[in-house]
Ligand binder design. Structure first.
Ligand SMILES: [Zn+2]
Length: 275
């Protein structure tokens, strides 16, 4: 087993069996966006003011209590989560949807591409035994259509590669002085599904990776002030935290980071495909 596969299976084991080993105190990453995930997989709380709370991804079921604890520590009530915006249908991001739904009745958003072309594909479920089908999405993203919640304007963008319907998010946020800041999260850059073996075993087309690489180039042209990854280990996010003030998001502001992150992840995908 390759080193990154071993690392992934250790993280999966912890998340499912010893989630307390993955505790991460919450941190503000943009004026109205907070990291409420664990040290392995991300979840981002969106404070939509009068429009309530929303969340991007919700981690795995056994670790979901860490998400709700983080939300409470920030002074918010997790039962006020109105929407969950899923980046893709892998259990580490959507595994806790049922708990979230039971807690708050949140509307579940997923791409049509992951729901129809991926989530119910037997060959993929077989190869990916931890897939979670215990929920149905309520809404599909409409590409090109923004979702406005309080001071946040959310733009979901289809970015296939890691899965056919991987969705990335660009969010325009407004700070205390009225300045607009754009935050972004690529929905899936994990190289574990970008190997020739994976494509052989699942029957998914290798062209997904060509699309991923082309999209990385296109996405680079979007101006992003703050980018944080869907798994904290995909960048140096956790090391940037101001430990004296976790509500200080300024350490994450870096206009050049988005392009360099995409370049780095593109190079990793090319390498894992053996190209
Ligand atoms: Zn994934």
């Amino acid at each position: 087993m390759a080193e990154n596969e071993k690392k992934l299976s250790r993280s999966v084991d912890k998340a499912l069996n010893r989630p307390w080993e993955l505790v991460c105190e919450p941190v503000r990453v943009a004026p109205h966006i907070y990291y409420v995930g664990n040290t392995w997989v991300g979840a981002f709380l969106l404070d939509g003011g009068r429009d309530g709370l929303s969340i991007i991804d919700c981690t795995v079921a056994p670790a979901f209590y860490l998400v709700t604890e983080s939300i409470r520590k920030l002074g918010f009530d997790p039962s006020n989560i109105k929407n969950v915006f899923l980046s893709h249908s892998h259990f580490d991001h959507d595994g806790a949807v049922q708990q979230l739904k039971a807690l708050s009745g949140a509307t579940v958003w997923l791409s049509k591409e992951d729901d129809e072309g991926f989530r119910h594909n037997d060959a993929i479920l077989e190869s990916y035994r931890l897939a979670n089908l215990g929920y149905e999405p309520d809404r599909y993203y409409s590409w090109g259509e923004d979702i406005t919640l309080g001071k946040l304007t959310i733009r979901p963008v289809l970015t296939p590669g890691h899965t056919p319907g991987t969705t990335s998010f660009f969010i325009d946020d407004i700070d205390e002085s009225g300045r607009k800041l754009t935050w972004a999260m690529h929905g899936g850059v994990g190289e574990n599904t970008m190997t020739p073996d994976y494509f052989r075993s699942t029957g998914l087309p290798e062209s997904l990776i060509e699309t991923f690489i082309e999209d990385c180039e296109k996405l680079k042209s979007i101006h992003v002030d703050i980018c944080t990854p869907s798994h904290p280990g995909h960048s140096d996010m956790l090391s940037l935290i101001n430990e004296d003030d976790r509500l200080d998001y300024t350490p994450f502001m870096d206009e050049g980071k988005w392009a360099s992150f995409l370049d780095q992840r593109k190079a990793i995908a090319i390498k894992s495909m053996g190209w």
